[in-house]
Design a protein around this ligand. Structure first.
Ligand code: FPP
Length: 240
């Protein structure tokens, strides 16, 4: 959809004194972006998927070690079957592309966080394959949150611990049974909303937040850099 992409936007060549070790991104505003243009919501998701590719690439180039993208929540199944199907097909396009190029050429690791339950079998197979094929890669880890809910992640961790026979549970026990996501240092949420929406509840305990009114399909590399500049200036005390 090159037609809608911001063309010739100069991109700041960036270097940062400090970067988040783990950055979380809530990709929000696709529906409103499409509505503003009189397009179906699915057009917003399609453009959003392109922006995901651009931003994931930039995060890797900057050397951010872990980036989590919130792509589909456990609550998003409430959307129309057409919209859910369109989003799932966009995942499939990405997974096929990953299988074709990225997995072999890249050194990024892909890990899907969320429940595989209820996901289409063709997608589950491609997700497993992408994880397997990138398992030995040791550059940026891209966590794609699909069918993900922070509460569901914590409950499932606790249930695993109960099944192991634990009668007393520590924070470390819970951390060890999550979807292996490290502590989150910063969360970016575009589209004007200022809420966490069940994303990385446990991992974001001491996360810095950065909001913007830009809708995700309009989000640029320069917007990412603005967020990271803000992160550089934050005084993190972790409650101390
Ligand atoms: C939230 O915006 C966005 C989603 C629920 C879907 C996000 C999916 C993508 C960006 C495509 C993912 C594809 C890949 C390859 C990762 P919204 O629809 O809630 O927007 P609104 O709040 O304006 O309605």
């Amino acid at each position: 959809m090159a037609l809608f992409r911001k063309k010739n936007t100069p991109v700041e060549k960036a270097s940062f004194d400090v970067l988040p070790n783990h950055l979380g991104i809530i990709m929000d505003g696709n529906g409103r972006w499409a509505k503003k243009r009189g397009l179906p919501r699915t057009a917003g998701h399609k453009e959003g998927a392109e922006v995901f590719r651009t931003i994931a690439k930039e995060c890797a180039e900057l050397g951010i070690k872990y980036v989590s993208f919130y792509a589909f929540s456990t609550e998003n199944w409430k959307r129309s079957p057409e919209e859910v199907d369109a989003i799932m097909n966009l995942f499939k396009d990405y997974l096929l592309e990953a299988k074709r190029d990225f997995v072999k050429a890249g050194d990024n690791k892909i890990i899907f966080i969320g429940s595989r339950e209820g996901m289409r079998q063709d997608l589950v197979e491609l997700m497993d394959e992408a994880e397997r094929d990138t398992a030995s890669h040791n550059s940026t880890t891209i966590y794609l949150a699909i069918n993900y809910g922070g509460r569901q992640e914590i409950v499932s961790a606790v249930n695993k611990l109960i099944a192991e026979g634990k009668t007393e549970i520590t924070e470390d026990d819970i951390s060890s049974e999550l979807y292996t996501v490290p502590e989150c240092d910063m969360i970016i949420r575009p589209s004007g909303e200022q809420r966490l929406s069940n994303f990385l509840l446990w991992q974001a305990a001491y996360s810095e937040f950065w909001y913007s009114d830009v809708l995700w399909p309009d989000f640029t590399v320069n917007d990412l850099h603005s967020a990271l500049r803000a992160f550089e200036k934050r005084n993190r005390r972790f409650g101390g």
